[in-house]
Design a protein around this ligand. Structure first.
Ligand code: XMP
Length: 519
């Protein structure tokens, strides 16, 4: 493997550590996160061009505060401390940190008071994002102030000789609009790193790591056909070939042709070992007569676990199974979100069962090769691995599938009706070049009958709602102002072509107060 320029990030537990890593990757420089206590000698072996100290939730003077090896400041390397990181620098190098009476949180403005390579080309004022309770109150020898904010006279500091820099605010978050340029200044100009790293090289590294981790063991992956598990499958397959087996469960609640597409792409095209389980009958039996949304979700979540367990038991075939690993397509935002949800029960508005949903008693070690990546990076990995656009760019689809889009009881007939209507929405959205521009576009089947007229006949049939939303992350959303002629085509086709629907409505509710899915 060619030697890339590398930036090492010491992780002090900030929720933004991975965001810093991502920003460095965006500069096409390899970033490596290491635990805060990694010995300086080990860091030196990685031969980095510079070191970034992440933020963190502690106070530097707290009893259990995470402290780095002092040697980190003696490696002769540039160091950038962010938030907790700058407080550590001050604390370790002879300055002073105190609890601030004015907690700074949210938007602020930094005024650059002295010329400094970090702020080169960024002007005199810069919008910044703060999130800290402590602040530096006395500088260590050799340091000077380069920027201030209203509540932090030491918003940015430097020791130009030793190339030590510290920022009280967070340059890595999007709320610091020019933070990326600031990080570029550090990475390229202060550290002298070169933009020599690509997603292709990252894929090679991830594969090498996977191989080192699993050795000769076998891995099982639950493939849903969604972006994350699909990319995980393609990546693992590249890394370990036939040591990977994917289990694809058809719960009977999938969209039209979904099961066929997954089998075609992964089984035929990639030649991945694929265990296809058609559990339609099992799921529908359990869902018979169930109308209540949360109960539907619980039943589907539980049933999935049983089916998946049965399938892996069959694969594993006993105690000395070669299947030691369970892979999941967990992404970085899932990690953050499930932590947030775990800490705050009120955040659990609907029970999502994908993260951490599998039972603890499954005797697998967990393999999460995409854990450091963000959604768009995962899509890029997928594209580079040769996954088709229809998979890599596909819209999110809920784990409980069409069950949460059929209001009321789920029957085979109602599934048929919704599948046909949904396929029309998808095909018209694609034909009009809108499908990949929106977050989600789908049909919902309502248990609401209304009167219509078709030819000379009176009809009395169900209603279909069409939902098309734009969103950044699914947390908030707005309905899309689609062109009227596209809406007209969708509506005409659904009412004319789908037996069982005689009325089509467009959902114009944003989230909040609505949710994206209807159940
Ligand atoms: P809501 O309906 O809560 O949905 O506004 C937000 C986003 O999450 C998707 N969603 C799910 N995804 N398992 C999933 O993997 C689920 O149980 C689930 N429920 C909702 C939904 O499609 C939207 O993108």
């Amino acid at each position: 493997m060619a030697e890339h320029s590398r930036i090492v990030i010491l992780d002090f537990g900030s929720q933004y550590t991975q965001v810093i890593a991502r920003r460095v990757r965006e500069c096409q420089v390899y970033s490596q996160i290491v635990p805060y206590h990694t010995p300086a000698k080990e860091i030196a072996k990685l031969n980095p061009k510079g070191i970034i100290l992440s933020g963190g939730p502690s106070s530097v003077y707290a009893k259990d505060a995470p402290h780095p090896d002092r040697g980190v400041f003696k490696l002769g390397l540039p160091v950038l401390g962010i938030c907790y990181g700058v407080q550590l620098m001050a604390h370790f190098l002879g300055g002073k940190v105190e609890h601030s009476p004015h907690r700074e949180f949210g938007h602020g403005q930094a005024r650059v008071t002295r010329k400094c390579p970090l702020f080169a080309g960024l002007g005199e004022r810069m919008d910044v994002w703060n999130s800290h309770g402590d602040r530096v109150t006395k500088l260590p020898t050799g340091f000077r102030i380069v920027a201030t904010t209203a509540n932090a006279p030491f918003a940015a500091i430097e020791d130009a000789k030793r190339k030590f820099y510290g920022l009280q605010f967070h340059p890595e978050v999007v709320h610091t609009p020019r933070g990326r340029e600031l990080l570029e200044n550090f990475i390229y100009d202060v550290c002298g790193a070169t933009a020599d790293w690509t997603m292709g090289s990252y894929i090679e590294e991830m594969c090498a790591n996977i191989r080192a981790q699993v050795g000769a063991d076998h891995v099982v992956l639950g493939l849903s056909g969604g972006v994350d598990s699909s990319v995980a499958a393609a990546l693992l397959h590249k890394a370990i070939g036939d040591q990977l087996t994917c289990v694809f469960v058809n719960n009977g609640l999938l969209r039209l042709n979904e099961a066929e597409t997954v089998q075609r792409v992964f089984g035929e095209h990639f030649r991945i070992r694929l265990k296809y389980v058609d559990a339609t009958a099992r799921f529908l039996r359990r869902l018979k007569g169930v109308k209540e949304p949360e109960r539907k979700r619980k039943i589907i979540g539980n049933e999935f676990v049983y089916v998946f367990q049965d399938a892996t038991k069959q694969l594993a075939g006993g105690k000395d199974s070669k299947f030691k690993w369970l892979a999941q397509g967990t992404l970085y935002p899932d990690v953050i979100e499930s932590v947030a949800i775990g800490g705050n029960p009120a955040a659990l508005i609907k029970s999502h069962h994908n993260v951490g949903g599998l039972p603890k008693n499954m005797k697998f070690k967990l393999l999460e090769p995409l854990r450091e990546l963000f959604k768009d990076e995962v899509r890029e990995v997928g594209a580079q691995l040769g996954l088709p656009r229809e998979i890599v760019q596909r819209q999110p689809f809920p784990g409980p599938g069409l069950a949460v889009r059929i209001l009321g009881e789920i029957t085979r007939e109602r599934l048929r009706v919704l599948r046909e209507a949904d396929a029309i929405v998808v095909s018209e959205m694609k034909a009009a070049d809108w499908y990949y521009k929106v977050w989600q576009s789908f049909a919902v089947l309502l248990p609401v009958k209304s009167v219509g007229v078709m030819g000379d006949e009176r009809t009395y049939e169900d209603t279909c709602a069409v939902r098309v939303v734009e969103s950044q992350d699914g947390m908030t959303a707005d309905w899309v102002r689609l062109p009227n002629d596209l809406l007209a085509r969708i509506s005409n086709r659904i009412v004319n072509e789908v037996k069982g629907i005689n009325r089509c409505v467009y959902d114009i509710t944003s989230k909040p107060p609505g949710t994206i899915e209807w159940e």
